[in-house]
Design a protein around this ligand. Structure first.
Ligand SMILES: Nc1ncnc2c1ncn2[C@@H]1O[C@H](COP(=O)(O)OP(=O)(O)OP(=O)(O)O)[C@@H](O)[C@H]1O
Length: 244
């Protein structure tokens, strides 16, 4: 049994058929990059995996159980950080823990650890507007990790950042996942960038235009951290481009 199973899912918005009949199985430990043309349904698939939307038919299962709504084992992070501007970095990370029953003292202690993990020690008391875009996205990552999910779903998490900031966050995310520094063992990330997919993922799934089907499912067997200048890296980039 796979960790996450998308089984014969159909999803339409009025006449727009996003998925007619799509099936995907994701195993524990995978870092899946989801690629495909604009508007093909990548974000829709992520929302369905997160339990934020239901398929019209077919099913999504997590550990064999139907995903009927959002669940604590699956966290979702977006392109922009969506922090509460009137809360400090620390309290932005702590708040979801309090909402789940932790005391403020426990929640703040955990939030300190996760802010440190994403490289923000010393910025606990800063408000979002005092932080750069990249730092705000780090807070959002700490907030997603702090609830200790097993699965992290990421919708173009670095595309709103400048290239250098995006690159350092990408490397951090890979390190946290690959070195098992958090509870997250499985990641599904939507991206427009083939290069990003080959840099982070150990599996790339390429979707076709709507109604989206899986046109390629490629294991990326390169050691971490990855070297963009290696010929093997370029081979995977070329292979994925051939499907897009
Ligand atoms: N809530 C909604 N109501 C109506 N149509 C929607 C809704 N959400 C998505 N769609 C439509 O479904 C299709 C797939 O959208 P989605 O955002 O999943 O694609 P995407 O592959 O993530 O696109 P992009 O790469 O441009 O971000 C699009 O045609 C979009 O307009």
């Amino acid at each position: 049994m796979a960790l996450i199973e998308v089984v014969r899912v159909r999803k339409a918005y009025g006449k727009v058929v996003v998925f007619n009949d799509i099936s995907i199985a994701i195993e524990t430990g995978e870092f899946v990059a989801l690629l495909g043309p604009s508007g093909c349904g990548k974000s829709t698939l992520l929302r369905i995996l997160a339990g934020l939307e239901q398929p019209d038919s077919g099913e999504v299962r997590f550990k064999g159980q139907p995903v009927a709504g959002p669940r604590s084992e699956i966290a979702l992070m977006f392109q922009t950080p969506t922090l509460l501007p009137w809360k400090t970095a620390l309290d932005n990370v702590a708040l979801p823990l309090v909402a789940r029953g932790a005391t403020w003292a426990e929640a703040r202690e955990a939030a300190m650890r996760y802010l440190s993990l994403v490289g923000l020690s010393g910025f606990e008391e800063a408000y979002p507007k005092q932080l750069s875009g990249g730092m705000q996205q780090r807070v959002a990552l700490a907030r997603a990790l702090a609830v200790e999910p097993e699965v992290l779903l990421l919708d173009e998490p670095f595309s709103a950042l400048d290239p250098l900031t995006a690159e350092s966050l990408r490397a951090e995310l890979v390190r946290i996942w690959h070195e098992n520094l958090s509870s997250v063992h499985t990641i599904v990330m939507v991206t427009h960038s083939v290069d990003e997919a080959v840099y982070v993922a150990n599996r790339a799934i390429v979707l076709s235009p709507r109604p989206a089907k899986v046109v390629a499912d490629v294991r990326i067997e390169l050691p971490y951290p990855r070297n963009r200048r290696s010929p093997e890296f370029q081979k995977y980039v070329d292979l994925l481009y051939s499907y897009i």
